[in-house]
Design a binder for this molecule. Structure first.
Ligand code: NI
Length: 171
């Protein structure tokens, strides 16, 4: 397996709407394996294909804690088919915006239809943190980042902080 390069904000691929995949074949499975490996390497709990430079509708998620068995979820062409009216606020981060976090309000539960690792059509009712992770990753497929859900002022502060931390790393 290969660790892929993660593209960071403001790379333009993160703003692009990703294309549906034709089918889940061995080539796509190998790519999903690499995505999962990359996500684990960065201690992430979700990763979308555009974040590794591939504009396809593919995400991997694993919300298991460190002391739990890995529980990877692979989704091709995922779609939200139902959202709860009830919302919840949760702090989110993103591998494309390293070290930044912000509170985001989203529907508390969602139902997702997608193709799994074997290409079977599945439906999943995601609740609690899985609902947050799934909506965050699916947003990436439409070129939306979590900072697009917060106020302009908060977004500007976050981006400024990100630029500053990058400047410090360069020395
Ligand atoms: Ni993200």
């Amino acid at each position: 397996m290969v660790k892929l390069k993660v593209y960071e904000y403001p790379h333009p691929i993160l703003k692009k709407k990703a294309q549906k995949v034709d089918k889940v074949d061995d080539e796509l499975r190998a790519f999903m394996d690499d995505m999962l490996e990359t996500m684990y390497a960065y201690n992430g709990c979700g990763l979308a294909a555009p974040q590794v430079g591939i504009s396809k509708r593919v995400v991997v998620i694993d919300i298991a804690r460190e002391d739990e068995e890995p529980n990877p979820l692979y989704m091709a062409n995922p779609e939200i088919v139902w959202k709860s009216e009830e919302t919840e606020v949760c702090e989110e981060g993103c591998l494309s915006l390293p070290e930044m976090r912000a509170e985001v309000e989203r529907p508390a539960s969602v139902k997702i239809r997608y193709l799994d690792y074997d290409g079977n059509e599945c439906e999943l009712l995601a609740e609690d943190f899985l609902a947050v992770a799934a909506q965050h990753e699916l947003d990436h497929l439409d070129g939306v980042l979590y900072i697009d859900h917060i106020s302009r002022l908060k977004r500007q502060m976050l981006v400024k902080k990100l630029e500053k931390s990058r400047g410090q790393k360069r020395g």
